[in-house]
Write a protein of this length. Structure first.
Length: 118
């Protein structure tokens, strides 16, 4: 299937000259709406949208990755600065009195109590 760039932008609902990111976002939005698993009657539309997306991505330059200058891990490859994940996990658990319990509705209705040793 041969599509012109103008037709590709029309299928994706975009103005001509849209950026790579805009094209990708439009494709993802339309792919969800017209995917054959969700909408079996729209298989032809989905195939046209996919062909237009692939053609535009082949012609558009992919954006350069943005490096955050405040992110020390993206600039420094020294592994000594990598945070200790196990320590972070321990800190997120909270104290034993902060733990959450799943209450079964029947037990709550009948007045069941739960005890925890602190």
């Amino acid at each position: 299937m041969t599509l012109t760039n103008k037709r590709c932008y029309q299928l994706l609902g975009l103005p001509e000259g849209s950026s790579w990111v805009t094209v990708r976002e439009a494709y993802q939005r339309l792919a969800l709406a017209y995917h054959p698993d969700r909408n079996p009657a729209a298989l032809d539309v989905f195939q046209q949208i996919r062909a237009a997306y692939e053609q535009l991505l082949a012609e558009l330059p992919e954006p350069e990755p943005v490096i955050d200058p405040t992110d020390a891990l993206s600039l420094d490859t020294d592994t000594a600065r990598v945070p200790d994940i196990s320590r972070e996990r321990r800190g997120r658990r909270g104290s034993p009195s902060d733990r959450r319990f799943e209450i079964i509705l029947e037990g709550s209705y009948l007045g069941t109590s739960v005890r925890e040793r602190i």
